[in-house]
Ligand binder design. Structure first.
Ligand code: LLP
Length: 425
């Protein structure tokens, strides 16, 4: 058997010319489950997690999977069973963690706009920590906790003002964006937090952005955060854990982010050198755990030659794969079955009525209508950001585990998309 692996995708390979995830042929999955179809490799997720676990071996560290990247229940179950906690940003995500068997004590609740009802639900089930982003939120959380006779464990998200050198929409640690509290206000706000009756200060948190492919922004952010820990503790507020957020990038198109264990070797060296090596550590990785574990299968509907461009129209669209339309993001697109002969240059587009509905531009493909394509790196921020725009039901999802195939989400029917609506009268 000839096997050719795809760079950055160790569990996705052509085996005798047919694209496979682990031991399963993707064309069989497309035939059985239809398209568009998301397919995830369990081994790829666990291998990405293992890189972090190696990096933290011998340390007190909790990996909290940032489930916004992919919140499908079976994906959460894989990480819960592997010992992960979860970084959540809504009560909806909390409900998913519980439904998937996750441990609420290992949940941290991030986000700038938590409602009182969300705070109550999180306190009720005893989450591990609230990552608070403003003084106003501290005050409300203290009131909510006091009224319930509880104490809310809190950490403040600080804004280290470090440029993560990524797309502006996914850069979060610079002055001028809505996240975190300003570096210079941090000590004062910690003192305020420590004075409130319903709160117990347990940690400090930062997250500088997403799809980060360099080590330097992390090292810089760590320096800034450790400076603050020193100042906050000097002001009399002990900091139990330090949460360095998520953000590590993946290889979409020749990107070369460090491996998680290599990144953490450097970060831990700094932590040790500065005397903080014995602290409880937390991280919130999302994309790097699931991004390259998933592909989206889509059938070629039509080939449409044009005066300036040729279009390859497929049955997946911006409602399934929103990243190209939102961030001009690049995803590799490759056919499930390789055909002999030269390819043609196409823009690969979906059926949605917007010019922004493109999945890949200027791709050379040798395909015919009826062929199925795999859109790579589709494990993160695709299904979790999908919508019903143009009244398109959401795609189905499959988890592959060796030779086993689990349908983890059935295809949404058109009826499902409007069953909560009412006609008037
Ligand atoms: N922690 C916090 C507080 C976050 O806001 C995020 C992501 C993460 C952790 C996880 O970051 P990751 O390890 O996945 O980079 N939709 C965009 C990405 C948005 C990221 C939002 N926050 C995309 O498709 O590129």
């Amino acid at each position: 058997m000839t096997v050719s692996t795809l760079p950055g995708h160790p569990f996705i390979a052509y085996q005798d010319g047919a694209l496979c995830v682990e031991q399963v042929r993707l064309s069989d999955l497309a035939q059985t489950h239809g398209t568009p179809l998301f397919v995830y490799s369990k081994a790829a997720m666990l291998s990405a997690l293992a890189a972090y676990q190696r990096g933290f071996a011998g340390r007190q560290a909790q990996i909290c999977y940032a489930m916004k990247a992919n919140s499908s229940l079976a994906v959460l179950q894989v990480f819960a069973q592997a010992g992960c906690g979860f970084d959540i940003v809504s009560a909806g995500e909390l409900a998913r963690v519980l439904a998937a068997g996750g441990d609420p004590a290992k949940v941290i609740f991030s986000g700038v706009g938590k409602t009182r009802a969300e705070m109550q639900q999180a306190l009720q089930v005893g989450i591990g920590c609230f990552n608070v982003e403003s003084t106003a939120e501290l005050d409300v959380l203290s009131q909510v906790a006091t009224a319930m006779g509880r104490t809310a464990p809190v950490s403040l998200r600080v804004n280290p003002n470090v440029d993560p050198k990524t797309h502006p929409y996914i850069s979060t640690g610079l002055k001028g964006n809505k996240f975190g509290v300003a570096h210079e206000d941090t000590v004062r706000i910690y003192q305020h937090a420590a004075s409130l009756p319903g709160l117990k200060v347990v940690g400090i948190d930062c997250h500088i952005g997403s799809q980060i492919t360099e080590v330097t922004p992390y090292l810089d952010a760590m320096d800034r955060v450790l400076d603050l820990v020193t100042e906050i503790e000097a002001a009399g507020v002990p900091i139990h854990h330090i949460d360095f957020g998520g953000g590590l990038g993946i290889n979409y198109n020749g990107d070369t982010p460090p491996e998680a264990d290599a990144l953490w070797a450097q970060l831990l060296a700094k932590l040790d050198a500065r005397g903080f090596g014995d602290r409880q550590l937390m991280i919130e990785p999302g994309r790097s755990l699931v991004g390259n574990a998933g592909v989206c299968l889509s059938e070629v509907l039509y080939l449409k030659p044009g005066e300036q461009k040729n279009f390859c129209i497929i049955d997946a669209a911006m409602n399934d794969l929103p990243r190209p339309a939102m961030y001009q993001a690049f995803h590799h697109i490759t056919p499930l079955q390789v055909r002999e002969g030269a390819g043609t240059l196409y823009d690969v587009v979906g059926p949605i009525c917007e010019s922004g509905d493109w999945i890949g531009r200027e791709r050379t493909l040798n395909v015919q209508p009826g062929d199925v394509l795999a859109v790579l790196s589709a494990g993160a921020y695709c299904m979790s950001m999908s919508s019903n725009y143009n009244t398109r039901g959401r795609a189905a999802e499959v988890l592959v585990d060796g030779a086993q195939v689990h349908l983890i989400r059935q295809r949404e029917s058109v009826f499902d998309t409007f069953q909560l609506e009412h006609l008037v009268g």
